[in-house]
Design a protein around this ligand. Structure first.
Ligand code: HEM
Ligand SMILES: [Cu+2]
Length: 545
């Protein structure tokens, strides 16, 4: 396959300038990857500080509750807004979606470049919040009245959300137009990779719901700095309005993360098991679009304990429980794709397989949270904290890491698999279980989330042990994850330069990013010949082995 590696205009400019001015979707993808991994590193460090603070009763590492809130704020905001969303819809979608549909780039490459730089400005702004006086301490949720009355700099948070939101909206328009108009000739809707479908669904959600979040935080800004009273009941406002608006976006936002993560798993599992996707149409139309359909009518499960008429709670209980149906369809389809496959267990597949466990554990522990009578006990406890880490945070992070191992040979021409990858996988997998299982157990007994200390619970015992002993175990787990992640990053960097050279299609995949491009693909992706597929082509065209 002829794949030019440079063009005349490329070779003239110094490397840094090429990267700074790039409009190539692959390089933009790599820029997102670097940013999101950096955010993961910093936010992970914050998590370590939080965990070590909780290891024992009393104050150890921090000097005030406000400082603790600052770390917690940054951890949550950065993990969601700067690690998972940019990692999945920024890096993975940018690099691989055009390749998968046989397009030479996205529809609007310059707007794409603008999106990634907006993302970087947002990260810089968020980091600045540590330098300016009175850094934000309002958590990623930013609930009033605290966010309005707090002396902290709420505006930094609001502007960060604006920039990231704008970046995502531009990305959404760009990718939707790309998938609608730039698919290889002959490629019908039922021939798309599942990852493409999940990305489309994620961007549809972003387009519909981001404006609501932007409005919610803008009103916060007005209340705090311009003297309006949107959220102030004493002047005719409504303090719960914010929570409603916030979760109207932020529950769907978990699917912006969850769906592309699932898409990556489908592509890895079909390839590694050499099987067609099981029940493709059910997975796409009932699973993926089922989730999009329900996404906007479940948000009240985040405010069950706020004041409201019972019928609203009941309605949202029904819709929340209904989410299990599309999620179940997707899960069954993943298992079915593995069924009787000749599965290759490389690092990508091990991460993908562990996601099947995470989704089961995270999904089942969500059922009590969906039921208002049980949430009365569990809400705002570390049980919720463990639930959403398993179902969203860890599930999606592990899927993203699976994707990085899977696509590593495509991006670098080298494998990242090896003893170091295997060791770091097991450290991470064991680590997350050691960290979060204890939080389920003490959460069920009332350990609140978001507390820097738990002196008031020092006499409470679970299974004959104090909360502190569970916190101690959880902290050891966090240390194990930290070592695992560190090894993993060293492995990524070392493998990019010195890893074992890989052929262009090392996993014998049928998907276009493997069959039709060099590793890494050059500008224009496919050399001189355009990709054309016929009606029998499928990215999952495997005959069972
Ligand atoms: C499938 C993907 C899912 C994702 C990505 C997800 C994500 C989340 C997140 C991020 C939170 C915590 C928000 C916070 O307080 O900071 C949460 C809480 C919650 N989740 Fe899930 N969840 C999922 C599945 C489920 C399922 C299947 C159910 C129930 C059947 C469920 C029910 C709940 C409820 C009711 C809460 C609110 C708990 C409370 O505040 O008391 N979730 N979820
Ligand atoms: Cu929700």
């Amino acid at each position: 396959m002829s794949t030019p590696t440079t063009t005349a205009s490329h070779s003239a400019a110094p490397a840094w300038k090429e990267w700074l001015l790039t409009t190539d979707h692959k390089r933009i993808g790599v820029l997102y990857l670097v940013g999101s991994m950096a955010a993961f590193g910093v936010a992970g460090l914050m998590a370590l500080i939080i965990r070590f603070e909780q290891m024992e009763l009393g104050m150890q590492f921090i000097s005030s509750g406000t400082e603790y809130n600052g770390y917690l704020y940054f951890h949550g905001a950065a993990m969601i807004l700067a690690f998972l969303i940019p990692g999945l819809t920024g890096f993975a979608a940018n690099y691989f979606l055009p390749l998968m549909i046989g397009a030479r780039d996205v529809a609007f490459p310059r707007i794409n470049a603008f999106s990634v730089w907006l993302f970087y400005f947002a990260i810089v702004l968020a980091l600045l919040s540590f330098i300016v006086p009175d850094g934000p301490d309002i958590m990623w949720t930013g609930y009033p009245p605290y966010s309005v009355t707090s002396a902290s700099n709420t505006s930094m948070y609001v502007f960060t959300v604006h920039l990231l939101g704008f970046s995502s909206i531009l990305g959404a328009v760009n990718f939707l137009v790309t998938v609608i108009y730039m698919r290889a000739p002959g490629m019908g809707w039922n021939q798309l990779n599942i990852f493409v479908w999940t990305t489309v669904a994620a961007f549809v959600i972003q387009l519909i719901f981001i404006p609501v979040l932007a409005a919610a935080v803008t009103l916060l800004l007005f209340d705090k700095y311009l003297g309006t009273h949107f959220y102030d009941p004493s002047a005719g406002g409504d303090v719960l309005l914010y929570q409603n608006l916030f979760w109207f976006y932020s529950h769907p936002a978990v699917y912006v993360i969850f769906l592309p993560a699932v898409g990556i798993l489908f592509d890895i599992m079909a390839t590694m098991a050499k099987n067609r996707v099981f029940n493709y149409k059910a997975a796409v139309y009932a699973g993926i679009w089922g989730i999009v359909g329900i996404a906007g009518i479940v948000w009240v499960h985040h405010l069950y304990i706020a004041g409201m008429p019972d019928w609203i709670r009941l309605g949202h209980m029904v819709t929340t429980l209904l989410i299990s149906v599309p999620v179940g369809i997707l899960t069954l389809s993943l298992w079915g794709t593995l069924y009787k496959g000749a599965i290759t267990y490389n690092t990508a597949m091990m991460y993908a397989a562990s996601c099947l466990y995470l989704i089961l554990l995270g999904g089942l522990t969500g059922i009590p949270l969906a039921i208002p009578s049980m949430t009365l006990h569990l809400s705002e406890t570390s049980y919720v904290h463990a639930h959403f880490h398993f179902i969203m945070a860890l599930f999606s992070a592990f899927a993203l890491f699976a994707g990085i191992y899977y696509w590593f040979p495509k991006m670098t021409g080298r494998f990242a698999d090896g003893p170091m990858a295997t060791i770091s996988f097991w450290l991470n997998f064991v680590g997350v279980n050691v960290t979060f299982w204890p939080l389920f157990i003490i959460g069920k007994e009332g350990m609140p989330r978001r507390y820097w200390d738990y002196e008031m619970f020092k006499d409470v015992e679970v299974l004959g042990r104090s909360f502190q002993e569970f916190h101690f175990i959880a902290t050891i787990g966090a240390g194990v994850i930290a070592i695992g992640m560190l090894l993993q990053f060293i492995n990524f960097i070392a493998s990019a330069f010195n890893g074992k050279p890989a052929p262009t299609n090392p996993w014998n995949s049928k998907s276009l990013e493997w069959t039709h491009t060099a590793s890494p693909p050059g500008p224009g992706n496919f050399g001189d010949t355009d990709v054309i597929v016929d009606e029998n082509w499928s990215p999952y065209e495997y005959t069972k082995g």
